[in-house]
Design a protein around this ligand. Structure first.
Ligand code: FRU
Length: 506
């Protein structure tokens, strides 16, 4: 992208050549609203990311997929691979519905020790553990229509076969019994499964992925319960050399900003029971559009999270044409002790830097404090990262807008110590009356300065504030692309302002 920086009195203008995305006849992957730095399926519907695992140089991403329409339907597992979690190549569908039902969410492990006998010691199997959801049973009013099953691949994920004695974990009579996330618990040499069981998470263990024993239940009286619990993930993370365990639990509805969201607990796990160290309800992302996220398996001590950039309130109605819904940017997770408690931080993975076209540093703006408008940047790049630090924490906002008056505002409200995304005037919203909203994330950090990072695309924004402690993701649909970017700083000093235009991954 050809970017020219022109200095005017107290104001900068960035001029960008029209991107592919704005050309008259859009190609696949370059349609209006199509994200250029995030994974979305080539065509049709997706929801949850599934089976994320690193194996032999490839990150695998499976995803809830309906290949026949742009609305939810009989679920398959779509499949894509990446060397860096940023550039994705979509592969043939990995798992199709069968006589036991649709293929709901789940995970993939690499069975290195061939505990399942599905591979050999030389050629370990990749094993998918997923929920078989039987739509006929559901319709008939049964309560046992969700069961856990296996499929495996002996060619590094290229082709998949269903295990012949499915299901391996039968429903004991709990209607919502789904989304198994499995990992190898090395200390006891056994597999552990976290399973969403209505209003709690149930932990099971297994020596071989086929025979499962219940170990414990967690959470019936803890955390948020405005909806059913889904898509758990339990994993260790270190803080100052000490090991903690993090449990992610998605819930729908009942999120802090309506509809779907993902809460987390930090605590201890002894191979049987998870014990949280705090009873505070925390959310990995307070925005309306980050749901069902879990972490990649097989990445050592590194933990990378990816969520579905959608909300069940309106995911089936958002105004894209060829495809519907995308994943968040992959996020590196860490723990941080602050405000007397342990919190999870999430930040875009450093691999995102690979598609940074160039970094534009705008230090001179420190001096320009005219009319409250810190800078006006005309003709923004189509997708970019915007970063800055503030010298004090007063009200400020970043406004993305177009000539027709549509605007998206992301900012900080000092009085109520919270960040917000205001998409009430952001563009199309008639498709669902709950869409046009202002959403908030409380500020956790007690620092006197703030650090603000936005990842902006044609139809999504991800906010990572205060080093990834306060995060929000939202989608939006302007009728015309946003071409202006203003930072309203109310006289507050902003430093280290950077804009990083991103190249398209497609
Ligand atoms: C979460 C979820 C899961 C389920 C899947 C079905 O978004 O409802 O609980 O497995 O989607 O597509």
């Amino acid at each position: 992208m050809d970017i020219k920086r022109i200095l005017l009195t107290g104001c900068f203008i960035l001029a960008a050549t029209a991107s592919q995305a704005q050309k008259a006849t859009p190609k696949l992957y370059h349609e209006q609203y199509r994200l250029q730095a995030h994974f979305s399926p080539k065509e049709k519907w997706t929801n949850d990311p599934n089976g994320m695992v690193y194996y032999k140089g490839n990150y695998h991403l499976f995803f809830q997929y309906y290949p026949k329409a742009t609305v939810w339907g009989p679920m398959h597992w779509g499949h894509a691979v990446s060397k860096d979690m940023i550039h994705w190549k979509q592969l043939p569908i990995a798992l199709y519905p069968d006589k036991l039902g649709y293929i709901f969410s789940g995970s993939v492990v690499v069975d290195e020790n061939n505990t399942s006998g599905l591979g050999t010691n030389d050629k370990p199997a990749m094993v998918a553990i997923f929920t078989h959801h039987d739509p006929k049973g559901e319709k008939a009013g049964s309560s046992v229509y969700q069961n856990q099953s296996l499929a495996y691949s002996l060619d590094e994920g290229t082709t998949w076969a269903k295990y012949t004695s499915n299901p391996v974990l039968k429903n004991p009579g709990i209607k919502d019994f789904r989304d198994p996330k499995v990992f190898w618990y090395a200390k006891d040499k056994k597999w552990m499964m976290s399973l969403a069981t209505k209003d709690r998470i149930t932990f099971y263990s297994s020596p071989n992925l086929k025979d499962w024993t219940k170990e414990s239940d967690f959470g019936q009286m803890l955390g948020a319960h405005g909806g059913v619990w889904e898509c758990p993930d339990l994993f260790p993370l270190k803080l100052n050399g000490k090991e903690y365990w993090v449990l992610l639990v998605s819930i729908n509805p009942g999120g802090p900003n309506k509809g779907s969201a993902t809460q987390y607990f930090v605590g201890h796990f002894d191979g049987k029971t998870f014990t949280p160290s705090s009873t505070q309800t925390k959310w990995i992302d307070y925005g309306p559009d980050d749901y069902a996220g879990v972490t990649f398996g097989n990445t050592g001590s590194r933990k990378v999270f990816l969520g579905w950039m959608g909300n069940w309130l309106y995911a089936n109605q958002v105004p894209t044409v060829k495809w519907r819904n995308a994943m968040t940017i992959p996020r590196e997770l860490s723990l941080k002790l602050t405000a007397g408690d342990i919190f999870l931080t999430s930040n875009p993975v450093e691999e995102l830097d690979k598609i940074v076209n160039k970094t534009i540093k705008i230090d001179a703006l420190l001096l320009a404090k005219n009319n409250n408008v810190f800078s006006v940047i005309k003709q923004t790049p189509s997708q970019y990262v915007l970063k800055f630090n503030t010298k004090a924490v007063k009200d400020y906002s970043v406004v993305l807008s177009n000539a027709t008056g549509e605007k998206l505002v992301v900012g900080y409200d000092a009085k109520n110590t919270r960040y917000y995304i205001d998409r009430t005037k952001a563009g199309q919203s008639a498709f669902n009356k709950q869409f046009a909203s202002v959403t908030y994330v409380p500020r956790v950090s007690l620092l006197p300065t703030s650090n603000f990072q936005l990842l902006v695309e044609a139809s999504s924004v991800e906010l990572f504030a205060d080093g990834g402690l306060s995060n929000m993701t939202g989608v939006f649909f302007p009728k015309k692309p946003y071409t202006r970017l203003s930072i309203v700083n109310n006289g507050m000093e902003i430093e280290k302002l950077q804009i990083q235009p991103l190249r398209s991954i497609w």
